[in-house]
Design a protein around this ligand. Structure first.
Ligand SMILES: [Zn+2]
Ligand SMILES: [Zn+2]
Length: 229
């Protein structure tokens, strides 16, 4: 249990990643993953195609390899007012995990995106939220939205800030690769370094790498049973 690898945020060539969904999942499995979320950049226009293809690829991989593959989307650069509806649509199309591309310090993501993501009932993970406010971190705790520490260059610049805000608020953190290339996939050692580098103690690292991913999977299971709201 202690060395299971979870990663809820990766990309394929259905958006700007390099690999096909099947190859990404296969390489993750070889790397030691037992759970992978495939969350390609999506929004109005490509939501249907992305979700449909990922649902098929994830189901195929789960039949052949011992890995849980979650089809999903990362809602990216949408006007905040459109996020809740896009998340609901993704869910209805079959997305099992909905990530929102948060207010990273390295891109002009619309201000208000973090808030809109946290308050959208169909969003599970706020990715790389940059300068997350303490009010947002408290709301994430209350609404059960998971906040991401990112292993990705650029997005990771604010990890220390994100970790502090979430630890103070009691909201739950996870570490994701945001992989676009096979070399970006996590190892346990890299995930631990991301968490330690964000300022977490060893106990907090253990919680973030072991307990929180299980709690997120439980949230997804409750959602599937219709018991989340
Ligand atoms: Zn992103
Ligand atoms: Zn991403």
């Amino acid at each position: 249990m202690a060395d299971l690898l979870h990663d809820f945020h990766t990309h394929t060539f259905l958006s700007d990643g390099e690999l096909s969904p099947v190859e990404l999942i296969r390489r993750a499995h070889v790397r030691g993953y037992r759970v992978i979320g495939v969350a390609d950049h999506a929004g109005p226009g490509n939501l249907l195609d992305v979700v449909r293809q990922l649902v098929e690829a994830c189901a195929f991989c789960q039949r052949h390899w011992d890995i849980r593959a979650l089809p999903g989307v990362e809602l990216t650069h949408l006007p905040p007012i459109a996020i809740a509806e896009a998340a609901r649509e993704a869910r209805m199309l079959g997305a099992e995990i909905v990530v929102v591309h948060g207010e990273t310090p390295v891109e002009p993501v619309p201000p208000g995106t973090n808030w809109a993501a946290i308050r959208s009932p169909d969003v599970d993970v706020l990715g790389h939220p940059g300068f997350l406010s303490s009010e947002e971190a408290v709301a994430a705790r209350e609404l059960g939205v998971f906040i991401e520490l990112s292993a990705r260059r650029g997005h990771s610049l604010a990890n220390g800030h994100v970790a502090r805000a979430c630890l103070e608020a009691g909201s739950r953190l996870i570490v994701d690769s945001d992989a676009h290339h096979p070399d970006d996939l996590l190892t346990r050692a890299l995930a631990a370094k991301v968490a330690r580098g964000a300022g977490l103690t060893q106990d907090q690292v253990d919680t973030v790498l072991n307990e929180n991913p299980v709690a997120l999977l439980e949230r997804l299971a409750r959602r599937k049973e219709g018991n989340l709201r």
